[in-house]
Design a protein around this ligand. Structure first.
Ligand SMILES: O=C(CO)COP(=O)(O)O
Length: 136
């Protein structure tokens, strides 16, 4: 599966702890992230992550491009609900595209945990069909 990690600054510790806890689950997947989030995760785990630009510089939009083409299977986006972001329009656009394509997206760690357990159980197998029968 193609999985993306994104965390706002005050959520980065939570993200690193979360990914560390489920590192064995994430190991078998293709991982993506915005710039700083990915750096932090790679510093503290042995996971290899394809990093895009930092969020405020367009990283959310780069991940959004993969959502638009239905290539992203799961997004864990730990947003900071208590701090305004300069790139709020990019964030809204990414979440909108997840709804357009029906992509599972967790915006807090409680939901992220449920989705990762579903991933472990094989509940994301339907996404293989999406990839297999993707129109050209
Ligand atoms: O701002 C972000 C998401 O909107 C995250 O970007 P960074 O991972 O580069 O901090």
């Amino acid at each position: 599966m193609n999985i993306a990690f994104i965390a706002h600054d005050r959520k980065k510790d939570e993200m690193v702890n979360f990914v560390t806890a489920y590192e064995p689950v994430f190991e078998g997947h293709t991982l993506y992230s915005t710039g700083t989030t990915g750096t932090r995760i790679m510093e503290q785990t042995s996971l290899s992550i394809n990093r895009f630009m930092s969020g405020p510089l367009g990283g959310d939009q780069q991940i959004g491009a993969l959502v638009a083409t239905n290539e992203m299977d799961l997004i864990i986006f730990l947003r900071d609900p208590l701090m305004a972001q300069p790139h709020e329009p990019d964030i809204i656009a990414l979440l909108r595209l997840c709804d357009v394509q029906g992509i599972p997206v967790a915006t807090n760690v409680a939901t992220a945990e449920l989705l990762v357990k579903a991933l472990q159980r094989g509940d994301f197998a339907w996404r293989e069909l999406v990839h297999k029968y993707k129109p050209e």
